[in-house]
Design a binder for this molecule. Structure first.
Ligand code: PRP
Length: 189
């Protein structure tokens, strides 16, 4: 059974205003740290599309920040099954330009068990960037399987399955302008 989207939302966890404020705070920190530098914002498809776009525009509007902001994306996919949540991550779409010698900031919507970001840091770190750091809108630190550094965190997410602002459940809900918790019926449907 497919329920209408709005009726399946139990509560809003982070409003659009919360998200905008968190992104602005991250952008101000990043602008300070990368002042005068050329930076590559590397969004991780698909979930980070919205945060990458909003962070790029927030950064661009801060005087004295990076001298140039290049946008690029890559796609990763996690796979495994219920009995073996392997957390294996693989690259399904690479960047369009080389990152060698560049200041790279990986942008993620969420870090949960940490495996995706660890994989990306190892992969990208092996490509000789000038520097590598991560900016993550939502840090969900309760179920880490690996420790991984996150230099810029927007907000700490409660230990709930959340959707919206890029985050999906079975490819739905990504376009919500806020982050929300779903009603339990959704998972039973
Ligand atoms: C989500 C999210 C991160 C990853 C984080 O992506 O966008 O990339 O999971 O989880 P982890 O810390 O537990 O590894 P997902 O695999 O759902 O793909 P999507 O972005 O295309 O929705």
């Amino acid at each position: 059974m497919t329920l209408p989207l709005v009726t399946t939302i139990e509560s809003v966890v982070f409003s659009a205003a919360d998200i905008a404020l968190a992104i602005q705070r991250m952008a101000e920190e990043i602008a300070r740290d990368y002042a005068g530098r050329e930076i590559v914002l590397l969004g991780v498809l698909k979930g980070a599309v919205f945060v990458t776009a909003d962070l790029a525009r927030a950064l661009d509007s801060i005087p004295g920040g990076p001298s140039r902001i290049e946008l690029d994306f890559l796609g990763v996919s996690s796979y495994g099954n219920a009995s073996r949540s392997s957390g294996e991550v693989r690259l399904v779409q690479d960047t369009s330009h080389s990152i060698e010698g560049k200041h790279v900031l990986v942008v993620e919507d969420i870090v949960d068990n940490g495996l995706t970001l660890r994989y990306l840091r190892m992969l990208l770190g092996g490509r000789a960037p000038a520097s590598l750091a991560a900016a993550v809108l939502l840090d969900k630190p309760y179920n880490r399987r690996v420790e991984v550094p996150v230099e810029y965190v927007g907000m700490v997410c409660p230990d709930e399955f959340v959707v919206g602002y890029g985050l999906d459940y079975q490819e739905r809900y990504r376009t919500l302008p806020y982050v929300a918790k779903l009603r339990a019926e959704v998972f039973d449907a």
